[in-house]
Design a protein around this ligand. Structure first.
Ligand code: PLP
Length: 376
């Protein structure tokens, strides 16, 4: 039996027909952009997030970029970002003409360390740089320490932006991840918690002026028909994706329950392998909607090869942290060492994880990991 990392066909088997009908309706309507599906999706998801505005865009990356762009921050100011994340988080900082400052994550949690952030902030001031904002990622779906980060930012006049691309549906203190900062970016990339049939994303915010500006920016900076007030871009979500997302959203809560079930199952069946296998703790009062189930494993690469031989698919998110990536090499006037990021990038391994896993598959994964460590 082969265990896939993610098999989207199983979700499609469940509600593919509904999706096909919805897509056909859009095609036959010939209303492909800025139509009723997009508007309805924005309303539905903003309500779910508990915020006033949802702005449908072409991807999670564009969502992040549009937030930065709309904030109109002074050129070359410093933006604090984790290095242990997907490239988009920091790529958009460069694209917006700002400087990323990579900050370490916690020792046993994959998100920004408030301690490390303090140190980074102080280094900025000492060297005469101007820090303006923090992008908090809730990696794998585990909420970042958003309450503390928000307080940190407010005390120092920094802006908190959320990269909630992997965490749609996650909660901290009964609030949705992505609704803590001035704005949050969510991705509907096919592997994410709520996923389109291609690229799509959304910005969530309570700030009306920011929402209006992002709406303009994603339409070439247009504020009135054919009148361009800002230097924008083409960043719309199309109606077909919006229609697909609305169908899938109907099943979303149920799928979150299944994600929770498989995460608990892994935890229960792997916890005895501590400390060879470690799992991420949960923050108090948090309800992570995991997009990836990730363990920390000693001899990670060997374990991954062993699982591959057993026909179990796994992935490493992320093997090369961003501060080692060529695109950032000449862009980092300020840096600190990132020991936790370095270590996690050696240890993490994401296991097969999606709502429609089967119990025998999860069991096979757990048994194979147990075997690997039993044999030395
Ligand atoms: C997926 C992802 C993005 C980018 O989303 P796209 O829709 O692929 O552009 C940004 N940040 C993180 C942490 C992600 O996982």
């Amino acid at each position: 039996m082969e265990v896939p990392f993610l098999d989207l066909k199983r979700a499609y088997a469940r509600y593919g027909q509904e999706i096909e009908e919805a897509v056909l309706r859009v095609l036959r309507s010939t209303k492909y952009l800025n139509g009723p599906e997009t508007r309805a999706l924005e309303k539905e998801l903003a309500a779910f997030m508990g915020v006033n505005h949802g702005i449908a865009v072409s991807s999670g990356t564009e969502a992040l970029y549009l937030i930065l762009k709309a904030l109109d921050l002074p050129p070359k100011s410093i933006v604090f970002v984790p290095s242990f994340t997907f490239v988009s988080t920091a790529e958009v900082v460069l694209r917006a003409g700002l400087i990323p400052f990579f900050v370490d994550v916690e020792e046993d949690y994959p998100n920004l360390s408030v301690e490390a952030l303090k140190e980074a902030y102080e280094l900025c001031l000492k060297r005469g740089y101007h820090p303006v904002c923090v992008i908090a990622v809730s990696l794998y779906g585990y909420p970042a320490r958003l309450t503390e980060l928000l307080a940190f930012c407010q005390e120092r006049n920094l802006i908190l932006i959320e990269d909630a691309c992997q965490a749609f549906g996650s909660e901290l203190e009964d609030k949705k991840v992505g609704s803590f900062g001035v704005a949050g970016a969510v991705s509907f990339y096919p592997t994410k918690n709520l996923s389109a049939a291609g690229d799509a994303g959304m910005v969530f915010t309570n700030d009306e002026n920011l929402a209006l500006k992002i709406r303009a920016l994603k339409e070439h900076g247009q504020t009135k028909p054919y009148f361009y007030e800002y230097h924008g871009l083409n960043g719309r979500m199309d109606e077909v994706q919006a229609a697909i997302l609305r169908i899938k959203f109907k099943y979303f809560n149920e799928e979150l329950t299944l994600r929770e079930k498989w995460a608990k199952f892994y935890e229960k069946n792997l916890s005895h392998l501590y400390p060879k296998v470690k799992m991420f703790k949960q923050l108090p009062n948090s309800k992570p909607a995991l997009s990836l189930f990730t363990i920390r494993a000693t001899r990670r690469n060997e374990l991954q090869r062993y699982l591959e031989k057993m026909r179990i698919a796994t992935n490493v998110y992320y093997r090369i942290p961003l501060h080692h990536q060529p695109i950032f090499k000449d862009e980092l006037p300020l840096s600190l060492s990132l020991p936790n990021t370095e270590r996690l990038s050696q240890e993490v391994l994401s296991l097969p994880f999606f709502p429609y896993l089967k119990e025998e598959e999860v069991l096979k994964v757990c048994e194979a990991i147990e075997e690997f460590y039993a044999n030395g």
